[in-house]
Design a protein around this ligand. Structure first.
Ligand code: NAD
Length: 261
């Protein structure tokens, strides 16, 4: 049995992952802004630093795996754009860089990062937004998306998930990660019925857009099933999976790319 760190442990898919890992007999260190072993606000640099050190202390310097599920959806709200950028991007890359020595110590650790199918289904995320994410320049990210007005949260969100997916692919194959036995991968869900999606469905305009979005299989995904995918990606069966982004989205990504031939 192993020791795992899970962010976003208080709700939705992160909570489902925690329950399944604990049911297998693993030790889980949950990180969230509320109701967690480590309470930390990942939208601030001090919160991210305290999450890094508290988990390193709690795991005794060795982590068998990590799941990065904390995230904010593309709903409107005060300071929302900055929170999306900081939690969804910096809340993944800074934490994983901080935990890397503990993951390397386990020699065959596995990490799953929550991306999204918005990486391929939301058009028009500007290259300068992605460059700003890559440079970790949140001011520039916010400046680059201001022109999108009401659509800015969707662009900030898709940008954060494209950036985190690219970071996963770039980082996974390096000497400090694959070279230290760490399997770093991402999962890209479609619309999954969790509190994050429910928040979006509570706004009529957003609900209409979500319900008219093409999902070939139909309906919404189930949080417990997505957690089963994550558990599989943490298992020995996934030992040859490295730097992959696994889409579990009812067919939307395939639908939008059906003409790539
Ligand atoms: P959720 O809202 O149920 O859970 C997200 C968790 O993140 C919550 O427990 C919340 O407290 C935590 N969180 C938010 N802000 C935080 C902060 N500042 N500091 C610390 N923790 C914070 O959402 P979910 O749907 O389970 O989402 C999990 C992941 O999956 C997210 O990264 C999300 O972007 C991604 N995702 C979700 C969907 C979907 O349709 N639900 C689709 C694609 C990707």
């Amino acid at each position: 049995m192993g020791v795992y760190a899970v962010t976003g442990s208080a709700s939705g898919m992160g909570l489902e992952v925690v329950e399944k890992l604990r049911a297998q007999g693993n030790t889980v260190i949950g990180v969230d802004i509320r109701e967690a072993d480590v309470v930390a606000d990942l939208s601030t640099s001090t919160g991210r630093a305290s999450a890094i050190s508290a988990v390193l202390d709690a795991c005794g310097g060795r982590l068998d795996g990590a799941v990065l599920a904390a995230g904010l959806g593309p709903s409107p709200g005060k300071d929302r754009l900055q929170m999306i950028a900081e939690v969804n991007y910096l809340g993944v890359v800074e934490l994983l860089e901080g935990w890397q020595p503990a993951l390397a110590a386990a020699e065959s650790a596995k990490v799953v990062v929550f991306s999204s199918n918005s990486t391929t289904t939301v058009p028009a995320v500007p290259a300068r937004t992605l460059k700003a994410y890559r440079d970790r320049d949140i001011e520039k990210v916010l400046k680059s998306i201001r022109i999108f007005g009401k659509s800015a949260p969707a662009i900030a969100y898709a940008g954060s998930k494209i950036a985190v997916s690219r970071w996963v692919r770039r980082t996974a194959v390096t000497a400090n990660w694959a070279g230290r036995g760490i399997r770093l991968n991402a999962i890209a869900p479609g619309a999954i019925l969790t509190p994050l999606l429910e928040e979006q469905l509570s706004t009529p305009a957003e609900a209409k857009a979500i319900r008219s979005f093409p999902v070939p299989i139909g309906g919404f995904g189930d949080a417990g099933q997505l957690a089963d995918w994550v558990i599989f990606m943490l298992s020995d069966a996934a030992s040859f999976l490295c730097g992959s982004v696994v889409f579990v989205d009812g067919g939307s990504d395939a639908y939008f790319r059906a003409d790539d031939w």
